[in-house]
Design a protein around this ligand. Structure first.
Ligand code: SF4
Length: 608
């Protein structure tokens, strides 16, 4: 095969045995790779009703056919499993891990069973070692990474390895544990770190020596060069993201009044400019960093300036800046860096932790949580209290043991579920859907729960990109079902092929298509490629239905549906999900209960 390596590494942790299997070529063609292919395999191999921490659950780390090939910004991999939240779990991550999997000779690694004691794996091409992680258990992600690299020996050689590990939070069966890659990239959402921990798998160390073979090298280089030239036309790709990172968009979202603030009590944050990408860069940026074959260079190193929160941290993404900034009512950028760093250190999802803490702040201010519950006052805009609680969460101390369960569980325990902002038990990202109707539909229908990265409808509703059909009115619901579906399916293609969605403002599925053909040698039409994305969406839906979810789970928090936005350009608006959902089910080929119809499955060549 070309593009794809054509091999799957299946590791049985219970028996410390592995086999290398041929990748099913038909499946690869139908689902492309990454998210789609991994979900299809999971769907076929486990009972979706299974408890996420049952040893029969499987954890799949998967790359796409473009990952590591030299295609533009194709560095991504995904981690897929049954989530502790009860639905499909899928976390997408950058850095070099996905490429190293390919270079070692695999498209996917499937982890089965459960090691009898803490274990880490070293994968060097065909050589797989199962090593004791007893001495690593309990250590945070930074210590774990350092120790494992020291074991490799020569520091220059150690840099060639990519390490995915969990921190102490992932060892404890929680809902917000991430998998941290090389200290600074996170497969964060949906509790994938906890599933890894439930298998007693502390870390996976990978280094490959092989390349990725493409079908037509000359045509592939030509296509990648054209795509690069296209991306260079994007201001976001060559100016704002390299200089200011993804938080460069934060002030814009504030301007349009959809920056979730103080647990989404409003969409406007008065200190947005102070925590926007430009301000962060001016105040804190020390170095810019990029993933392989990406000119957008949104990574970097930032240094805090407030002596109370001293840290040198990876440049946080927009969502992290938002959640520890606007959502917690905090304008102290050093505190944001510190909170972000603690999350990476202990292996926690920044959105999950920050969103839950913002909800606790609201509960405290309304008297639903008391000082005796938390141990100290927890008010919006108090950076010291925020960072203290993030640290307690990482260390699983005091009230941190409650935060670690995630917002959904905590809101129910303290009897105010109406204050949880999320969908399918997953804490919501930054975008207030009262101001962007299609984004509400996307957050409600995304299989892993409230997730902007599964359908960035703002590409149309805010940015009006020609590639997604131009500008649509964010307050209007007509036509949003089809728009949302189109963007969701194209997003699946990004995730399936291993392409970074952060380039969505400068690169679209048409550019992926240009590179995919010479890489794989498969003569996909553009529509056929998008159909692969639609299959990905469909298989996630089928997994969720079999796991016990229903159309009732396609929902938003009451605040989004019933509490009008109090101020800003979207003042007075709510999300009108009920106007879009029936139409969405129709365009998806699902029945009125949100269940895929036999006719649609047949059209896509799928079956239950
Ligand atoms: S946009 Fe950022 S995260 Fe994505 S590939 Fe480029 S540098 Fe990596």
């Amino acid at each position: 095969m070309n593009g794809w390596v054509g091999k799957v590494l299946r590791i049985n942790l219970s028996e410390k045995k592995h086999i290398i299997e041929d990748l099913d070529e038909d499946l690869a063609r139908d689902y492309l790779g990454g998210r789609g292919l991994a979900t299809k395999i999971l769907y076929d191999e486990i009972n979706p009703k299974i408890d996420a921490f049952d040893s029969d659950n499987k954890l799949i780390m998967a790359s796409g056919p473009l990952t590591g090939s030299g295609a533009i910004a194709a560095c991504r991999s995904v981690v897929v499993s049954k989530s502790p939240l009860g639905n499909i779990g899928c976390a997408n991550v950058g850095g070099n891990f996905g490429s190293e999997i390919k270079y070692a000779g695999y498209d996917l690694i499937i982890f089965e069973g459960k090691a009898s004691e803490p274990t880490y794996l070293v994968i060097e091409d065909e050589k797989i070692e199962y090593l004791s992680a007893e001495a690593l258990w309990g250590k945070d992600c930074y210590e774990t990474d350092d120790i494992l690299r020291r074991k490799i020996g020569d520091p220059w050689k150690a840099k060639e390895y990519s390490i995915a590990c969990i921190g102490p939070v992932g060892e404890k069966g929680t809902n917000i544990a991430s998998i941290i890659i090389d200290k600074h990239n996170a497969a964060a959402r949906g509790g994938m770190g906890s599933v890894m921990g439930s298998k007693n798998l502390k870390a996976v160390v990978v280094k490959g020596t092989k390349g990725v073979r493409v079908a037509d090298r000359e045509a592939f280089i030509k296509a990648a060069t054209e795509v690069l030239e296209h991306v260079k036309q994007s201001h976001a790709s060559v100016e704002s993201f390299p200089k200011f990172g993804s938080p460069s968009v934060l002030p814009l979202y504030n301007e349009v009044g959809m920056l979730g603030t103080r647990n989404f009590q409003t969409g406007v944050f008065e200190q947005a400019e102070e925590i926007g990408g430009e301000a962060l860069a001016k105040k804190h940026l020390r170095k810019i960093r990029a993933c392989l074959t990406c000119l957008q260079s949104c990574g970097g190193i930032l240094k805090a300036t407030d002596p109370r929160f001293m840290v040198t941290s990876e440049r946080p993404e927009f969502e992290t800046v938002w959640v520890f900034g606007a959502d917690c009512g905090n304008g102290n950028s050093s505190a944001i860096l510190k909170a972000h760093d603690i999350c990476n250190q202990y292996g926690m999802d920044t959105i999950g932790v920050g969103n839950t803490i913002a909800m606790c702040m609201e509960m405290f201010e309304k008297g639903f949580l008391k000082e005796k519950d938390i141990g100290f006052p927890l008010r919006f805009g108090d950076p010291g209290a925020m960072v203290r609680l993030v640290e307690m969460t990482g260390k699983q101390e005091g009230f941190g043991k409650e935060v670690i369960k995630g917002g959904y569980q905590l809101s129910h325990k303290y009897k105010h579920p109406e204050l949880f902002v999320g969908s399918k038990k997953l804490e919501a990202p930054a975008y207030d859907p009262r101001v962007c109707q299609a984004q509400g539909l996307n957050l409600a229908t995304a299989a892993r729960g409230a997730c902007h990265n599964k359908g960035y409808t703002m590409a149309s509703e805010i940015f009006g990109l020609p590639s997604v059909g131009g500008k649509t009115d964010p307050y209007v619901t007509e036509g949003k079902a089809q728009l949302t579906k189109n963007i969701q399916d194209a997003t699946c293609v990004f995730d399936d092929t291993g392409t970074c969605l952060f380039l969505i403002l400068g690169l679209w599925a048409t550019e992926i298509h240009k590179q995919l053909l010479p890489a794989t040698g498969v003569d996909y039409s553009f529509d056929e490629m998008i159909t692969c994305g639609e299959r990905t969406w469909m298989i996630e839906r089928m997994f969720n239905i079999k796991a016990g979810l229903t159309g009732k789970d396609d929902n938003l928090s009451p605040r989004m549906l019933k509490e009008p936005m109090p101020e800003g350009p979207g003042k007075g608006r709510v999300n009108r999900l009920h106007e879009m959902l029936p139409e969405y089910y129709k365009v998806r080929g699902w029945d009125e209960n949100g269940v895929p119809t036999e006719a649609k499955l047949k059209e896509l060549g799928m079956r239950w």
